[in-house]
Design a protein around this ligand. Structure first.
Ligand SMILES: O=C(CO)[C@H](O)[C@H](O)COP(=O)(O)O
Length: 223
């Protein structure tokens, strides 16, 4: 199983974004948290900033929209060249229609589930998706503690992906460290978003390598 490490620039220095992107060039995709202060109580940036990130990033963009009215805004992020665009299940009127639109434009389409959102109603949508994001913190802020009680959702999604032989990436986001990543890998995640543990101490390249090694050991042991 391929493991992907996606550093979250929510923990980066926004004033030196180009340098911060270059520091995570050994990762797979850069996770870009778009927050509107409506869907979550925090505000980051919008399409103009993400366009500039796209222009200068050494690796592809994994855009995570924590915004209301995803139907209106999500296609623009696909159009600017993001490799993947993930919206929250509650934020789209018709998640399947929006996922199809994103794929038509050429992006990978993802749905994100907050901790309080049940996975069951979304399992049948998996064939329409390229990735499913199981949040392991309440969306909105970096630096929160990993919620291990989300693992049953992940195991359930992994079960369906394996049974149906789907090429859907299972992503976790929130509180991912070299310790917690092993728990998420054991439960079936293959794509790991990490903000604080990549940027907040030490060297991002070494942190990414440590996360990758820990996840790979468990992803392989698991299957
Ligand atoms: O989506 C997010 C918050 O809503 C962030 O991507 C996530 O929290 C990453 O930060 P950390 O690794 O510090 O938990």
């Amino acid at each position: 199983m391929t493991v992907r490490i996606n550093p979250s620039i929510l923990s980066a220095d926004f004033v030196n974004m180009q340098t911060e992107l270059d520091r995570v060039a050994t990762a797979d995709l850069v996770h870009v948290d778009v927050m509107d202060n409506h869907f979550v109580p925090n505000l980051t940036f919008g399409p103009q900033m993400v366009q500039r990130i796209q222009d200068v990033s050494p690796i592809p963009l994994d855009v995570h929209l924590m915004i209301t009215d995803a139907d209106r805004w999500a296609p623009g992020y696909a159009e600017l060249g993001a490799a993947s665009v993930t919206f929250h299940a509650e934020a789209a009127e018709d998640p399947v229609k929006l996922a199809r639109r994103l794929r038509e434009i050429g992006a990978r389409a993802g749905i994100a589930l907050k901790p309080g959102t049940d996975v069951e109603p979304y399992l049948e949508l998996l064939p329409e998706l390229d990735q499913l994001l199981i949040m392991t913190v309440e969306p909105g802020f970096g630096g929160q503690a990993f919620m291990a009680d989300m693992m049953p959702k992940l195991r359930r999604a992994r079960e369906v992906v394996e049974r149906e032989q789907l090429a859907v990436w299972l992503q976790v986001d929130g509180g991912i460290t070299a310790d917690t990543i092993t728990v998420a890998a054991d439960a079936g995640a293959d794509t790991f978003v990490a903000g604080s543990s990549v940027y907040n101490s030490g060297d991002p390249t070494e942190n990414i390598a440590a996360l990758r090694a820990a996840a790979e050991a468990h992803a392989h042991a698991h299957r």
